[in-house]
Design a protein around this ligand. Sequence first.
Ligand SMILES: C[S@@+](CC[C@H](N)C(=O)[O-])C[C@H]1O[C@@H](n2cnc3c(N)ncnc32)[C@H](O)[C@@H]1O
Length: 231
Amino acid sequence: METKKKIKFKINRLYHFFFKERFNKKINFSFPENINRWDLIKEIITFKKFKTYLELGCDDNNSFNKINIDFKIGVDPFSGGNFKGTSDFFFSQNKKTFDCIFIDGLHEYDQVCRDIQNSLDFLNVGGIILLHDTLPNTLHQQAVPRYKMIWNGDVWKAIVNFRTRLDCDIITCKIDQGVSLIQKNSNKKLLNLKIKDFKKLKFKDFYENHEEYMRILSYEGVLKYISDSSN
Ligand SMILES: C[S@@+](CC[C@H](N)C(=O)[O-])C[C@H]1O[C@@H](n2cnc3c(N)ncnc32)[C@H](O)[C@@H]1O
């Protein structure tokens, strides 16, 4: 890691320790080693016969290159995909709608909420939105501002927020650091929380309530849910 980044991470860590949260307990999600985010995306695309795919945040195209579909757009301001720019810029000029949208860009609460809302606005009827990195094991892995290389960010807080809405049905698949799925359907398991600012949730809240907050299912459970909700 370059020196500038190392110093920034150290400062962020101290900031977190003194002003945000101290919490040492860890969750051990024990994700299966042989199932990746793209396996789930590909399975869903095949099962639902989807034709169009949008990925926000592509990096080395580890997922993007594996998606075989009639039409795909990959958005990233720095690397990968086929549209150079931020997700906000992409949506500001976009006129297309998509069957499947994979949100994996900037993993910070406000950005993720905007990415979800924009994706809902550009999702075809019957479409599915997926989000990566929704199940952090530790406080460090979810801390914003970031101070770890392996980082989920606080994407989970955006999921908690949207789980309280009546017009989205959301589940989370226990694979590959957590992949949450959003369908524009009536909420089958409304999360009844009286929280004003979801951004202020702590990792301690996640540690104690993650099963209820995230509606976690196994890979097989998610495939069954998709099949059942398509009938
Ligand atoms: C975790 S990586 C994506 C990994 C990829 N989706 C995969 O499955 O392998 C996150 C990417 O998001 C990109 N990114 C950062 N800010 C963004 C933004 N505002 N809009 C879109 N992408 C962004 C970064 O450049 C980085 O390449």
